[in-house]
Design a protein around this ligand. Structure first.
Ligand code: SF4
Length: 488
């Protein structure tokens, strides 16, 4: 069995995943990918998934060992933000041609590319991504990376998640494996402390983790590594010295959180920073875990004081939106942790959730939604675009919250829409993020454009007037005819 096959089997056999635990050993081996429905979009490949997870590590050069198209496929499709280095947004690829492949030059070209990057950009590390073509021609990227790391005295990390290996989600997990195999635990920090935590599966989209970090700073809690959002290579490499961890997006990196607990005794919990109560709950759990691992018990009181203060401030700021949003109906088409945490946060401000899709949610996520919504009929395994359109055009919701892919369905139905997925432009995490979410929903629902676009277009207006005139003329002539008949 190849090392990739062994890795995939290992990832499929994830004991921390409840869905996996409920499967028979035979079904477990097949993984979680469902056969594709003809006509449906397939989502990203495993390479894409690995790139999504690792690219936000900002001082690393991400080198794609492939023909040019793979980098084009995965490039910059998420809005992760960096507070410093910009190297991660520079595109590096070996740009293999047919000639390189036929002549067997690809490994040499990879080695040369690593040298060029090291000399031209002096990155903290270089991550080398395998892709379908380079995996199929049998390039040994592990060996090339090892040799290059020795020669150039820089960490060179192979990421073995070629596209054909499976889904984007599998790629997320294989990226976690690459971090476990080659990065985490390779650097000993000189300042470990009792208040160090890791945040796992937080991507810092639109810089939203920066709305949460100040709260942790005030509590004296240090984020040793946020993996991957706005991370630096050295932070990730020394993440094994954290005392506790919070896992934000369970479907992406559950294997990483579980294995870090096993290897380095770092307990973790799954939480969310979306919504007021979820944020408070997350802060409390972080404090509890740290105290359990030896931090001073006073941390619990400090946390409680900050929670009370921040909640009060947030509710005060939300007062202005509450009467404008109360009772408004939301259709939620997202996935993962957002499928329950956003539901909870919307209900907190008095909105009604008429439906939420749970396609990418774990069994735990689904259980949480059921508890919050108290009505299973609002859970949709997947909502077909046609169904979404009819729900919106029949005005069964006042707004749809989803990703960019479904925005045009809402716009076609002339209904308000707000992006809450990876390309969103606003940060919704933490207390301030909740206020921002309410503000953006309010702006979208009460935008005067909706009244205008729902009016008939000028040419439709002209047709309506013509039709009316025709009808009037017809009824007038009928009346004249009837009167004439009477005369006879
Ligand atoms: S890795 Fe494979 S599936 Fe993914 S973009 Fe490249 S060729 Fe396509």
């Amino acid at each position: 069995m190849s090392s990739l096959t062994v890795k995939i089997q290992d990832v499929f056999d994830e004991p921390a995943c409840e869905g996996n635990r409920n499967k028979s050993p035979k079904t477990r081996k097949k993984g979680c990918s469902k056969p594709l429905t003809p006509g449906a979009t397939a989502g990203g490949c495993a390479f894409d998934g690995a790139k999504v997870v690792l690219q936000p590590i900002t001082d690393v050069a991400h080198l794609i060992h492939a023909p040019l198209a793979c980098e084009g496929n995965s490039w910059d499709n998420r809005g992760a933000a960096s507070s410093g280095p910009t190297l991660w947004r520079t595109s590096f690829t070996t740009d293999l041609t047919e000639l390189d492949i036929v002549m067997g030059h690809s490994e040499r070209k990879l080695f040369k590319a690593i040298r060029e990057i090291k000399e031209g950009y002096t990155p903290a590390a270089i991550f080398v991504y395998a892709t379908c073509v380079t995996a199929m021609i049998g390039d040994d990227i592990e060996a090339v990376c090892k040799r290059a790391a020795e020669k150039f005295a820089i960490p060179v990390v192979p990421v073995n998640a070629p596209g054909f290996a499976g889904s984007k989600n599998l790629g997320n997990k294989l990226a976690g494996e690459a971090l476990l195999d080659y990065v985490i635990g390779t650097v000993e920090p000189d300042d470990p402390g009792p208040h160090d935590i890791n945040i796992i599966g937080e991507f810092n989209l639109s810089g939203e983790f920066w709305l949460v970090k100040p709260l942790l700073d005030r509590l004296g809690i240090r984020v040793r590594a946020c993996i991957p959002g706005d991370a630096r290579y050295l932070q990730v490499a020394s993440a094994h010295r954290a005392r506790a961890a919070m896992m934000v997006c369970s479907t992406a990196l559950i294997n990483l959180a579980r294995k870090m607990e096993e290897r380095w005794d770092i307990p973790f919990f799954e939480g969310s920073f979306y919504g007021i109560s979820a944020t408070s709950e997350a802060l409390r759990r972080i404090a509890e875990l740290l105290v359990m691992k030896g931090a001073d018990a006073e941390l619990l009181n400090r946390t409680e004081a900050i929670v009370v203060e921040e909640e009060e401030r947030a509710w005060k700021r939300l007062e202005v939106y509450r009467p404008r949003l109360e009772g408004k109906r939301v259709l939620l088409n997202t996935g993962g942790v957002k499928s329950w945490s956003v539901v909870q946060s919307l209900m907190e401000i008095g909105m009604e959730v008429v439906g939420t899709s749970v396609k990418k949610s774990t069994a735990d996520d689904k259980e949480r939604i059921k508890k919050i919504l108290k009505d299973e009929n609002h859970l949709y395994e997947s909502i077909a675009p046609r169904e979404l359109y009819s729900m919106l055009s029949e005005q069964k919701a006042d707004i749809m919250l989803s990703g960019g892919r479904t925005q045009f369905i809402a716009l076609k139905a002339k209904m308000p829409w707000l992006d809450i997925n990876q390309e969103r432009h606003h940060a919704y995490a933490g207390y301030d993020g909740m206020v921002q979410l309410a503000r953006q929903i309010d702006l979208a629902i009460h935008n005067p454009i909706w009244a205008q676009v729902r009016e008939p277009a000028p040419w439709e207006q002209a047709m309506i007037t013509e039709e009316k005139l025709e009808k009037r003329t017809a009824s007038a002539s009928n009346f004249a005819g009837e009167t004439a008949g009477d005369d006879c």
